[in-house]
Design a protein around this ligand. Sequence first.
Ligand SMILES: Nc1ncnc2c1ncn2[C@@H]1O[C@H](COP(=O)(O)OP(=O)(O)O)[C@@H](O)[C@H]1O
Ligand SMILES: [Mg+2]
Length: 475
Amino acid sequence: MKPTNPNPASVLNNFAESLSQRELSILMDISTHIATTLDYREVLQIISDGISELLKTDTATIYSLQEDQSIYLEVATPTMSTDFQETFRYAKVPEHPHIQQALKTRSPIIIEDTSNEPLSPQEKKVLELSDVKSLLFLPLVLENELFGILIMGAQTEIRKFTPHEIRVGEMVANHLSGAIQKTILHQNLKTYKDTLEDQVKKRTQELEKANMKLVNKNQLAAMQRDELEVALEQLKVAQTRMVQTEKMVSLGTLTAGVAHEIKNPLNFIHGSYLGLMRFFKEANIEDKDAWKMLDSIKLGIERSTAIVSVLNDFSRNQKAPFKNCNIHQIIDNCLLMLNRQFDRKGITLEKIYSPQSMETLANANKLHQLFINILLNACQSIPKEGIVKIETQTEKDWLKINISDTGVGIKKENLQQIIEPFFTTKDPGQGTGLGLSISYSIIEDHKGEMEFDSEENKGTTVRIKLPVTKKNQLL
Ligand SMILES: Nc1ncnc2c1ncn2[C@@H]1O[C@H](COP(=O)(O)OP(=O)(O)O)[C@@H](O)[C@H]1O
Ligand SMILES: [Mg+2]
């Protein structure tokens, strides 16, 4: 029987009125029980157990309808053992005509006496196993959709299902479909949520992996970049050194050659000059102009000899042994030589000498040359009036000499080049551009250091460091 009244609430009310106290209390139990769970199987089990108690049957089973014309045993009363094999849970609908009939008509089907009913071979097989005498098939409909079938069985005796019982079973089955649906919905949601969670987890893992790879790659790239930068810097330094050394070597060879070539003619000239002098004296020549000419020849020879000696210094032909040198004394000698140039420009000299003695083993000639170059540059950098300050200090095994001026300073772009041979910003005839490159090689010979601090229009400080060398260190 199917409810004909379209209003479910009133149907339920009429139906409730027809129920006995026992039936009502069992139904209440089922409802309360169902409310405690959202698990699909559990809800089906509660319905199966409840309806079997309600209709006083020995067995109850709930099958769900599958897509391929088969049904699947979801739960049973009495409860199935958990190791009930999956394959036995399936049954093909066409092989069970009574089930097929119930599903097709969506109405209850009753077999009152199984021994008196024509049965299909499959139906017989099932009955042999369960030994059921009477059967009630109740199709389960969820929202107008066939969901499955509820099968009640009486084992001990032939059992007549009264129309009331059938109605109760039908009503309960259909009414409880809401609960089943809720669990299905929940189940779907849960699956959906689990799938989502799985996907999120998977994506997160993938992202983490990708991120890790990226971080590793970044770190590697940063490391490689740092290494490359260091290598590049080293390469630049090495290259500059090489170019510098190359230049110095070729320049040295050149100047040594020139010095040697000039020295010979200079000797002839000197010899001839001495001869001329003797001749003039013996001949008692008093011509003033002639003597003046002789004097200028002498001056020329002296200057040329001095230049040859500087060239020799530069080409390092002159390998003078290191002797004890007093730096203060050497600087003072240089200042003496430059005295006139300083005065002419109105330069004030400030000397802040360290009270400690500043002595080291060195090539005195070369140190003179070094300080002359630096002091001369300082002097030349001051257009008119200014200060040249010389400060000395000892620090552990180092002698520190700072020479600063209030001159025009060095342009930033020139700072790298000033020690290059022939680099000069001075007018032709004013500078050769060799002073600092010679000074630099002198510093190198003495294992010292030289640095320049300069600001345009403010001045320049040259910081020189020379190691304190003692006799036993030279070997
Ligand atoms: N104290 C200084 N103040 C300003 N510029 C300087 C100073 N010392 C060196 N320089 C710059 O360095 C260049 C090279 O110096 P140097 O090698 O002594 O050659 P030169 O003095 O013959 O030019 C100079 O032309 C000048 O531009
Ligand atoms: Mg110079």
